[in-house]
Every structure is written in C-alpha cells, then in structure tokens.
Design a protein around this ligand. Structure first.
Ligand SMILES: C[S@@+](CC[C@H](N)C(=O)[O-])C[C@H]1O[C@@H](n2cnc3c(N)ncnc32)[C@H](O)[C@@H]1O
Ligand code: SF4
Length: 455
C-alpha cells in the first residue's frame, strides 16, 4: 500500500494503523487534513472512492490539539480502509502500546469513546474493563511513588524468539566488572527512593548468575518491605540453593516461565529444558511459598492451536498465582525472525481468544495488558492473576503511574511529573563494557536527572 498525506509527521502512524489490513499491496491511498477554526477536516481517497470526515474539537492548547489531529487522522484512515476492504481490526484505530492507560486518560466514558471513536471491538473493551476493575486498590498515581528495577542481561543461552537484551553468560568476559558496577549503582540509587512500591530484578535470567554474584546483588538491594520479584525464568537454572538464597533476602515473587509445555517446541526454540523440568521446579518453588508467575507465548514456531491450548490447560492445572500470555513478537534481533514465517494470524487470534476464555473461567482475572510493535496478528500481551495476587510492578510500569528507578545496562529510569502529566527518561548504555567504563558518569547523571525532576 502506498499512503500519501499532507501531514508528513503522521506517516509512521499511518503505516502502523494500516499494516494489519489484508490484501492492500496494490492500494494507493491519499489523505489530506485541513482546519477551519476549531473544526478539523480529514479526507481519504482510495482508488476512485472518497471519504470525508469532520470534527469540532472546541478550544484546546497546542499539545492537546496535536493529539486530536493525530487521533482523528488515524481514525479517518482506519474507517476508510475498513469500509473499502470490508475488514475490521479488533483494536480498531488504536495503535498505542498501552490500551488501559489510554482508557484511564479519556475518563469515565472510556468504553463508549473507545468503541465509537477508535472502533475497538467489544471483546477487547471487556478485557480492558476487567483490568481496570482488578487494578482497584493497586492503581495509585502519586508523586514520588517509585518502583526499583535491576537489570541482569545474561542468560544460560539465547532463545530463538527473544529480542530482549541478553548475553550468553558462559561467553561473558566482563561479568565481575558488571556486578561491581551494578552494586555501586544500586547503592547510590537507594537513597533517592521516597516511597518504594516494588522491586523487580529482571533480565535476561538473573538466576543464571553464579550464586555468590547473585548474592552480592541481593545484598546491595537489601531488605525491603514490599513486593520483591526476581525473574527466575528458565527452569534449567533454578536449583534449591537458588531459591534458598532468594528466600533469605526476602524475595516474595518469582517467575518460572514455560513459554510452552511441548517438548518438541522447547527444543526448537532453544530453551534447553523440558516440560518435566518445569513441573519439578514449580513443585520446588511451592515449598518456599513464593508467589509464582508463568509466561506463555502464543504463536511459537510450529505450534498449532491444539499445542497452545495444551500449554494453557497445563498452566491452569499447575495453578500458579499469575499467568502471563504473550503473543509472539518478531522484532529485529530475534533469530526466529530470520528463520520462520508468521503463523496464520487467524490461528493466533484463536489462541488468544481461547486463553482469555479459559483463564477467566478458571479464576484468573486479567490485571495488565500491553501491545508491541511487530506483534503477530495485531494482538496483545495480558497478565492474569488469582484474586489478590496481582503484581504491583507490572501495573505501575504498564500504566506509567509511578517512577521507575532502574539500574544496570540498558535500564531506563523514568521520572513522572504528575502535575504536568509528563514523563522524563534516562537510559543507560546497552553495551556491557561501555556500561562498566562509564559507571561513575552514569551514576552522577542519573542521580542528578532524578533529583532535578523531583518535587
Ligand atoms: C525479559 S523475558 C525474561 C524471561 C526469562 N529470561 C525466561 O526466559 O524465562 C520476559 C518474557 O518475555 C517474553 N518474550 C520474550 N521474547 C518474546 C517475543 N519475541 N515475543 C513474545 N514474547 C516474548 C517471554 O515470555 C519471556 O518469558
Ligand atoms: S527468553 Fe529469557 S532466557 Fe531466553 S534469551 Fe530471552 S531473556 Fe534469555
């Protein structure tokens, strides 16, 4: 499809809003936008058909006006393509990665507005509604609320589909230097925190670190009086001693991630563990009383609906506190992108629909959701929880309602300026050696950034 518009700054959004329509290769689309006072006009031409839209947005400031221009331009393109092609997308014209944050931002009538103005399907609005309900008592937008993130970007081996920053731990030359720098950064960050909501040690696979190194990190974080997650992740590196160490330092929640319960797929995606390992490590974790999350992915190489259904049913049978269902996202950086084609999108939509239906009917409620670019079938990732076991960290991060003080390579610190409805970010370098070499400068810059933006 070729799209021409007089709003050149909207081109990327237009591509995003239109890429999930089918059979569009030959289409020539022209969009034009103009304004008369507070009324905005958008017209879209597709082949010989012309669509006209207008909207009076009332008096607004510049920032708000830009948001409206963007919203209605995307909507005009979506409506025209939908009519011309006779196709509907479940998320309609909504392209952002945070549908629930969007719902909160438009206020009480979010449901009607998302249905009428963004053409979002009722099935998705139902999930958004359930999430808002589940977040009651957790959702708190308050200056100086803070979550603490520690990045351990190392794994026992690289899984084929993964596009996160992760380095094979066996090949890492700078592991000692990384832990020295990280401990220094953690210690200098702690005094900046006023109201700690949660701690999250993620990756990568933090428990792939040799235990004395993991202990140095946990010691630096110290005792906390709130939710404390360590993304244990891969069952092949979870041992009794690992869990004992986590317990000793007050960790309350861990992730043991199957991704799938099919051994054939686990082999193909390079996970180096079996379904049997998942059962064993989960039983072990239960002895310690951790809250446990399990991640699953819909759309993994070679998996049919029946394969995915088997994994969802197995996870429900094991009954962890949280289950997170991801839709495969083929980003640059994943080996899988080069070696596989996407499954038929309808098949993945069927998988996601099944997971929603089965999980909700088994006592798991959706409590956070996000979408990603390059996501198969324009779908979403959804975290489910048993009553009262929702993870504060995930809610805070997805709804962007709390500061995120982040340590380690590639970690992004976020500071909320609630009164001005804006977020400032500070990102650390991705490269391990650069991170180590620049640690003093990073600490200085980041701490200044955090304090300068604090009340
Ligand atoms: C940062 S990863 C760390 C998890 C941990 N290292 C493990 O592998 O168990 C968090 C989760 O993101 C999900 N994930 C990673 N790459 C993905 C992709 N390309 N598409 C969808 N989900 C993905 C996986 O479910 C994974 O468990
Ligand atoms: S999925 Fe987890 S273990 Fe696999 S490469 Fe990504 S972060 Fe590492």
């Amino acid at each position: 499809m070729k799209i021409t518009t007089n709003l050149q700054w909207m081109e990327a959004d237009f591509i995003e809003a239109s890429k999930f329509f089918q059979n569009t290769e030959e289409l020539d689309v022209t969009h034009s936008h103009c304004e008369d006072g507070t009324v905005m006009f958008d017209s879209v031409c597709i082949a010989d058909k012309r669509y006209e839209y207008s909207k009076d947005i009332g008096e607004t400031d510049d920032l708000e006006k830009k948001r409206y221009v963007k919203r209605y331009a995307k909507l005009s393109l979506y409506k025209s393509l939908s009519d011309y092609l006779g196709q509907r997308l479940v998320w309609g014209a909504l392209t952002g990665i945070r549908p629930v944050k969007y719902a909160y931002s438009i206020g009480e009538n979010w449901r009607e507005k998302m249905a009428d103005e963004m053409m979002v399907d009722e099935s998705k609005l139902d999930i958004v509604g359930r999430i808002i309900e589940e977040q009651k008592g957790i959702y708190e937008l308050k200056e100086n609320n803070c979550d603490f993130f520690v990045s351990i970007p190392f794994c026992p081996s690289r899984c084929m589909y993964c596009s996160f920053l992760s380095n094979e731990i066996g090949k890492e030359k700078h592991l000692d230097g990384y832990i020295d720098a990280l401990v220094k950064e953690i210690e200098s960050a702690k005094p900046l925190i006023k109201n700690l909501r949660s701690v999250y040690v993620g990756g990568g696979t933090p428990v792939s670190l040799p235990l004395p190194m993991l202990e140095r990190v946990l010691k630096a974080i110290g005792r906390v009086d709130c939710e404390y997650t360590v993304e244990a992740g891969r069952p092949d590196v979870i041992e009794r001693e690992t869990l004992e160490l986590l317990k000793k330092y007050g960790v309350t929640r861990i992730c043991i991630n199957p991704q799938t319960f099919n051994d054939k797929t686990l082999k193909v995606i390079g996970r180096r563990h079996t379904a049997e390992d998942i059962y064993k490590k989960y039983e072990l974790a239960k002895e310690f009383g951790f809250i446990v999350n399990m991640d699953l992915i819909a759309g993994l190489t070679g998996e049919s609906f029946e394969d995915f259904k088997f994994s969802v049913d197995k996870a429900i049978e094991l009954s962890p506190d949280n289950i997170t269902v991801h839709t495969l996202s083929l980003k640059r950086g994943s080996k899988l992108k080069e070696t596989t084609d996407r499954l038929a999108e309808g098949e993945i939509a069927k998988m996601i629909d099944y997971s929603v239906y089965r999980l909700i009917n088994s006592g798991f409620n959706p409590y956070y959701m996000y979408r990603q670019k390059y996501m198969a079938g324009n779908l979403e990732n959804t975290g489910y929880t048993k009553k009262g076991k929702a993870c504060y960290y995930n809610v805070d991060v997805m709804e962007e309602i709390s500061d995120n003080l982040a340590c380690g390579a590639n970690a992004v610190t976020k500071k909320l300026i609630v009164s001005e409805n804006r977020i400032e970010r500070y990102g650390a370098p991705k490269d391990i050696k650069t991170y180590i070499d620049k640690i003093d400068k990073i600490i200085e810059e980041k701490n200044k950034f955090f304090l300068d933006n604090s009340l």
